[in-house]
Design a protein around this ligand. Structure first.
Ligand code: NOJ
Length: 572
């Protein structure tokens, strides 16, 4: 009898469970853990230093796992932690199966992964395989002789053929992606810095080396890969001449070339399909079709696209909200039925979110950070949230070139100097947009160096750490940090925010951004004021009786009149 009752109870639970899942199931979209996740991007060099050398490390991250857990995020994307001479802060890998000395050891990595998994946090690794470091063994061999078995691992142009057709380099002092190497009288290709030679993906040996590396990490149990600069990996290796000035639109010439999709399909077959892991490639080509082809499930390539159209909008002179709304709305509609996107406003290659898209003045920093966070967490697509933005960390405020560490910023300075450009103007520009703005140490508390290190930090701590830091914000219920936690929880509790249909309202309003999200009879309205003044949203929806799910003011608007940088989410 007792076992019969148990059977009935278990059966009833199963039935209830499955109908709940059915009730939650999105109309047109398959449920996947990586769609429902909130990704927290962690820049290891600047997160937490455990040994006093001034550089963040894995043990430091381990010591902060409870903090990460407290945020409510479920995935961490870690920027590269492999062995590297650090020309580009780890994006120049010299050994893909080892940990960078500055960051610790493989035992530290194993402990980190274990600690994350114990807390139900997944780990996504950066995979940098458009290029390696010039100090990688492959490149050392490759450059040693024209007959080396590794020669074809990279792109070489023998000098007796004359000068190679111009290729633009993003980080080179002369913007020239070909570097002459006298050892074998040939040029090698580097789209990024001279110490980042591009790998030759046409060579099956290279591709299989990469798949083996991926398996090595996937077998350790990591949960995903972010493929760095992968849209550039395939090249037309006949190296035709490009039209003059092509560099102004270089992604049209560099992105999604040759057999890139074929390589991704092979990668899926060899690695990705064999593990329960997620995949995202940096850059999504030049058209929606390119982006779709990357993530259309029937093509078996990647899980989600990560496109730059939106983050490219912010300029020192400001940006148009109409353009911003247009970009996000176009991307959403292009992916409404098919494919999946990432949603982000910052990463380690951008200056700080609040300084670029919000308002980092003392009066509005907190409010505008919260507003932007509300935006990220209420859009369709997986949110990628950059560490420190949950505190409303701001641009660095550097004024001298000596303050900067980033290879791109420093090499461009040399170039500007060499062409006699207006250097104070350049310093002003990088004050707004240099990547180092987003790389200053995480502000843990108000002790020396913001509690990041007991040594000398590799890059200066932002002077505002005494007021903007995690310890102070943890204690204050209304802080930027606590708001972030609430809005993450709101997303996790409301599947409509993940899968729900997005509809833009009041499209031509230059000051406010309003939209609804709808799923299975549930409808939310999000209203955001992007200005430092009162603005009226004309949504045509009466919110006077709507339930406020979250807002960044104590008394949220009940009539469409939004206070400066106000954000409100209503349930209708
Ligand atoms: C994109 C990365 O996000 C960036 O930090 C890096 O410098 C380049 N790719 C080159 O790897």
């Amino acid at each position: 009898m007792r076992s019969f009752i148990t059977f009935v109870v278990v059966f009833a639970f199963l039935l209830l469970g499955s109908s709940l899942v059915r009730a939650q199931k999105a109309d047109s979209t398959d449920r996947k853990w990586w769609k429902e996740a909130v990704v927290y991007q962690l820049y290891p060099r600047s997160f937490k230093d455990s040994d006093g050398d001034g550089i963040g490390d894995l043990k430091g991250i381990i010591s902060k796992l409870d903090y990460i857990k407290s945020l409510g995020v479920d995935v961490v994307w870690l920027n590269p932690i492999y062995s590297s001479p650090n020309d580009d802060n780890g994006y120049d890998v010299s050994d893909y199966r080892n940990i960078m000395k500055d960051f610790g050891t493989m035992a530290d990595f194993d402990a980190l992964l274990k600690g994350m998994h114990e807390r139900n946090i997944k780990l996504v690794m950066d995979l940098v395989v458009n290029h390696s470091s010039d100090e990688h063994e492959w490149f050392k061999q490759s450059r040693s002789s024209r007959t080396s078995p590794y020669r074809e691992y990279y792109h070489w142009w023998n000098a007796e053929r004359g000068q190679p057709p111009y290729r633009y380099s993003l980080f080179d002092v002369k913007h020239n992606a070909w570097r002459y190497d006298s050892l074998t009288n040939a040029y090698y290709l580097h789209y990024f810095s001279v110490k980042q030679p591009d790998l030759n993906w046409e060579n099956p040996k290279v591709r299989h080396e990469v798949y083996d590396i991926m398996k090595f990490w996937a077998d350790k149990g990591i949960d995903g890969f972010r493929l760095d600069a992968f849209q550039f990996a395939a090249k037309d290796t006949t190296f035709p001449a490009f039209p003059q000035g092509f560099e102004k639109n270089f992604t049209q010439y560099y992105g999604m070339q040759g057999n890139l999709h074929g390589y991704l399909q092979e990668m899926d077959k060899e690695v990705l399909s064999k593990y329960p892991i997620m995949s995202v490639a940096e850059g999504a080509g030049n058209t929606f079709e390119d982006a779709h082809n990357l993530v259309d499930t029937s093509r078996h390539e990647l899980n989600m696209a990560y496109a730059f159209d939106a983050v490219d909008i912010a300029k020192p002179e400001g940006y148009s909200l109409l353009k911003f709304k247009n970009v996000f709305s176009r991307w959403d509609s292009a992916f409404a039925a098919n494919g999946w996107l990432s949603v982000f406003l910052a990463n380690h290659d951008q200056a700080r979110m609040v300084s670029r898209f919000g308002n980092d003045s003392p009066q509005y920093r907190d409010l505008s950070s919260k507003m932007l966070t509300t935006f990220i967490m209420t859009m369709r697509g997986t949110p990628y949230y950059y560490n420190g933005d949950e505190l409303g960390m701001t641009n660095a405020g550097f004024t001298k070139i000596e303050d900067y560490r980033d290879v791109q910023t420093l090499n461009e300075y040399k170039r500007q100097k060499s062409i006699g450009a207006d250097l104070p103007q350049y310093l002003k520009r990088i004050g707004f947009e240099s990547r180092d703005n987003g790389r200053t140490p995480f502000q843990w508390n108000n002790t020396t160096n913001a509690g990041f290190t007991k040594g000398t930090p590799w890059i200066a701590v932002n002077a505002n750490y005494k007021t903007i830091n995690a310890a102070a914000q943890e204690k204050s219920p209304a802080s930027t940090l606590n708001y972030f936690k609430k809005v993450v929880k709101l997303r996790k509790d409301n599947l409509v925010l993940v899968y729900g249909k997005y509809t833009l309202l009041d499209a031509s309003n230059p000051d406010t951004y309003s939209y609804t999200r709808e799923l299975n009879g549930k409808k939310l309205l999000i209203m955001l004021n992007f200005r430092d003044k009162i603005a009226n949203a004309q949504t045509g929806i009466n919110v006077s009786n709507a339930k406020v799910l979250i807002g960044n003011y104590e008394n949220p608007s009940k009539n469409g009149t939004l206070k400066p940088y106000e954000a409100v989410v209503y349930e209708l």
